[in-house]
Ligand binder design. Sequence first.
Ligand code: NAP
Length: 510
Amino acid sequence: MGINQNLAAGLAGGSGSIKPDHQVIVVGTGFGGLCMAIKLREDGVRDFVLIERGDSVGGTWRDNRYPGAACDVPSHLYSLSFAPKSDWSRIYPTQPELHAYLRSVAERYELLPSIRFNTNFIGADYDEVQQIWSVRIKSALGLQTLTARALVLANGGLAEPKLPEIPGVERFKGKTFHSSAWDHGYDLAGKRVAVIGTGASAIQFVPEIAAKVGHLDVYQRSPNWIIPRPDRPYSDGEKRRFASWPLWRRLYRQMIYWGHEARVFGLVLQPAFMKLFQKIAERHIAKQVKSPTLKAKVTPDYLIGCRRILISNDWYPAIGRSNVELVTTPIREIRENAVVTADGQVREVDCLIFGTGFYATENPIGQVVRGRAGRSLAQEWVNGEEAFLGTLVKNFPNLFMIVGPNTGVGHTSMVYIIESQVALIRRLIGKLLAGGPQSLEIRADVHDEFNRKLQQRLATSTWSTGCNSWYKHKSGKITALWPGFTFDFRRQLQKVGDADCVIVKHRSTV
Ligand code: NAP
């Protein structure tokens, strides 16, 4: 029986069990949630709902609308393989273009009626007797509970902003906001502004605001390696060729994919190779930074690749401006109108912008999703998040994660990872919905053995060569990254079969 026939049989439901409100609930409408919904519908699943806290689709690319927000992966690769776009305006897509792309995908695949916008996911509990998920949501209608056979968490790995825990931060009387919640209504012109953080987000928005503000203090805790950004607009001729010759467009996408994949040799297999790559970043500094003091401040003391490699052409020129100071002395406290550093220097500011990143290794959703015996994901993850291929967690039947633990890739497109996961999830949901109520979960031994080998591999990677990064849980365990080629990740997902899972029929049907 094919997946579609299985689904049709499953949709009829089984005897003696509570009929859930939906077959599937999906949390989030970024790349992951939308891709999941499109593929479920393709398989004949009609009864699903997407829970979205925002007022439009897009996830990361809806929220991160700070000046200069753009993706570090080329547009032709950073898009769904089955929903290509020939007229990307430039090599690296900007946030507005990506958000528009995701909105157009949702419209083209007629997903909007299946989305509950402005609805917060509050938590979910697995009912072991009925083998269904009970999902609590909150919207203008108040608190509600929805039930579903399967729950897909596509809430994003970098969705919950992290604010710095600096003494006195709550006392600050001026304007504050996080990069992912930019206040475009606040006019920065002429203001004294402090930016805390120098990660991927800050290096994009600092150059955009540096010329506008009166004075800018940029607080850097640790420098990052930065390489040039080979960006440019696509010409009309190129866009026409992508549109007229789909084969060429696909080949172009493949070329970008393999070019990026080649970096895995250095990052995972041969960290020593990264030393050669580091030369590119060193030359970039030599070319763009003339002041020896600034050069010393921006040059990292760890091997390139240990933390995410950033790309920018305008970061160094921006922090070299006369109205910008790169402060590397640690922050001691924040006062009502100033930032005070460990050397006692007080710098007055009107506005504090936090470019301080996200809860990447301790996703807050873990605290409110409870599986067997009422144990939460966070309780299972006290020593760091773990899943089987970032998708299935032991003791959490009928739960599927998109962009779960150890699925992050710094070297290529997360959309490739997402599509790979969705291919497995749709296959497993197909099994689950076939033949009446049942539960499906990853075998604990398969789950644990996978994670043991995964950590072994990570231990010899560039990411373990000695640096702090958001890839690591506070225990030191790397929980954010996939240590290998992405085609290998996809291949492993394709190999997941019945023998890896425990499938239990509902009591009343056995
Ligand atoms: P991030 O890379 O985690 O950077 C956070 C920055 O804040 C770091 O410089 C960090 O210093 C600093 N920081 C955090 N807490 C601090 C504190 N208490 N005191 C002082 N400094 C503090 O966050 P992000 O820049 O938002 O980027 C997060 C991720 O989002 C990226 O790595 C990337 O995966 C993704 N992203 C991608 C793009 C893109 O594709 N272009 C753009 C933006 C974001 P330390 O380094 O010392 O911890």
